[in-house]
Design a protein around this ligand. Structure first.
Ligand code: ZN
Length: 497
């Protein structure tokens, strides 16, 4: 991560005009609001505003970038070197407390936690950021997890940073005893990633950050389960496959196959006592001879549960998978009926061509179709259902993506401060117009950037690439000063004014 103090390359030799400085500062604010920290820092430097005006924001960016010493230094520029004994008087004091805590000052962390009840509502989101980062640095992951969850769920922040931290905490906190609950929690995280824009197969960076955060806190099992859960219900994607391969645990076949084969042989040799002994053997060996030694027993059940699941994750969450799936039942019964007909047919044919049929062949003629055909029917039914569910899921996703393009036709410049991924691409393609001129050249931390403007309001948008390097990022800025000079008069007010 580059040092925030490094001078950033610029394309201008002249100082920025007031409009340009305001524009760059507004883009920096939009980048900061979605935790595009490097970009926000670069735009703020480019704006060339007086250091005292930007110090607070720069200190916050340095804090989130994991350099609390830099935060302390920048706040020192503002004359803030200590938090008043009676408590923080300004939001910067809270940040200073967080930076002190993040550098290992435990009494400062205790003061920060104690502040929670008295933070005004308008500063709550900022306090949660400060608390989450300080708690992470102090090793208080349970507090960090709760703070990130509150940011994502209560405040509604959906940046890649917040979403990845929240979901890694969510997966790490999965049930350690109940495999069904644990699976449901992993699937909820996978669904949250799938619903995000851009989706994991369009830009895997949030997914990557989530599993890296899990790995960092020592939960590589959680990372394996989450990559598997997302992979099951996503279109094939090389980046997702690569990520899944990174975390896939070693699965041994022998502990699954050998006990079942031994049980089957025991059943053939000793009928019911053999079956009982075989089942006891399978149960006994399951916890001692592990198929996935790197996972706990609960996680292993979740792993195999996810492996068997190739259909709509939402149905599992809603408990619909427990419903009797009539197609499977019909196909099993159909297989059984076919088996009886096949056995009768085979039996009569065998008697005609081979009058002295040996006992073993007689048993095979009756037993094999009766066992095999219903099993084939059941497997076929499952496959058809999973395939249909998966198709329905992808249809919904495609419909959602079409909706995004349709919505891009409406002006949302009054409503949203940033757009990312397909929404940004659609907005550029459908709504915005390019703006050219030497004054519109911007350097954005080494990323290509183009300026667009809204044809209605004149609001200028900066189109660049998100931190992932994959998705388009649009940041809303101020309107051009001359934007309203030639604006068309509205065609009547419709009687509302
Ligand atoms: Zn617009």
């Amino acid at each position: 991560m580059p040092d925030a103090r490094e001078p950033l390359p610029t394309v201008r030799a002249t100082p920025p005009t007031a409009d340009r400085a305001r524009l760059l500062a507004s883009w920096a604010l939009a980048a900061d609001a979605i935790d595009e920290l490097e970009l926000a820092a670069a735009l703020m430097d480019e704006a060339g505003l007086p250091a005292t005006e930007t110090a607070s924001r720069r200190a916050g960016i340095a804090y989130l970038r994991g350099t609390p010493q830099e935060t302390v230094r920048i706040l020192g520029e503002l004359g803030m070197t200590a938090v008043p004994a009676e408590g923080p008087q300004r939001i910067e004091h809270v940040l200073l407390l967080g930076a002190q805590a993040a550098t290992g000052d435990h009494p400062a962390f205790a003061r920060l936690v104690a502040l929670g009840g008295s933070i005004p509502a308008e500063h709550r989101a900022w306090f949660l950021y400060v608390l989450a980062v300080a708690a992470e640095r102090c090793g208080r992951l349970e507090i960090a997890d709760d703070a990130w969850r509150s940011l994502a769920v209560d405040v509604g922040v959906s940046s890649s940073l917040v979403l990845s931290r929240f979901l890694s905490g969510w997966v790490a906190g999965r049930d350690t005893r109940d495999a069904d609950r644990a699976m449901s929690q992993v699937l909820q995280a996978a669904q949250a990633l799938r619903s995000a824009s851009p989706r994991p197969w369009q830009d895997a960076s949030t997914m990557r950050r989530t599993v890296e955060a899990l790995d960092l806190r020592g939960d590589s099992a959680g990372a394996a389960l989450l990559t598997a859960a997302v992979g099951r219900t996503s279109p094939p994607d090389p980046r997702l496959a690569e990520l899944a391969a990174c975390y896939r645990p070693e699965v041994r076949r022998a502990p699954v196959v050998v006990p079942v084969v031994v049980a089957a042989v025991a059943t053939l040799v000793a009928a019911v006592p053999g079956l009982a002994a075989g089942v006891a053997l399978v149960i006994m060996l399951r916890s001692r001879w592990r198929a996935v030694p790197s996972l706990s027993m609960t996680d292993e059940r979740v792993w195999f549960g996810l492996g068997a699941m190739r259909f709509d994750a939402r149905k599992v969450q809603e408990g619909a998978s427990q419903q009797v799936r009539s197609l499977v039942v019909v196909l099993v019964l159909g297989g059984a009926l076919l088996a009886v007909l096949a056995s009768v047919g085979l039996w009569s044919a065998a008697q005609e061509v081979w009058p002295d049929v040996p006992l073993l062949v007689q048993v095979a003629i009756w037993l094999v179709p009766v066992v095999v055909l219903p099993a084939v029917g059941g497997a076929l039914g499952q496959w058809l259902l999973r395939d249909a569910d998966l198709r329905a899921l992808r249809r919904r996703d495609a419909e959602h993506d079409r909706q995004i393009v349709a919505e891009a036709r409406r002006c949302a410049c009054w409503e949203v401060a940033s757009l990312i991924g397909p929404r940004a691409d659609a907005y550029v393609a459908v709504h915005l117009r390019p703006v050219s001129g030497p004054d519109m050249e911007v350097s954005t931390a080494g990323r290509a950037a183009t300026v667009f403007a809204c044809p209605l309001s004149g609001v200028r948008w900066l189109a660049t690439t998100a931190e992932s390097g994959v998705s388009t990022l649009l940041l809303r800025g101020t309107a051009a000063p001359s934007a309203f000079d030639g604006a068309q008069q509205p065609i009547g007010t419709g009687g509302y004014l």
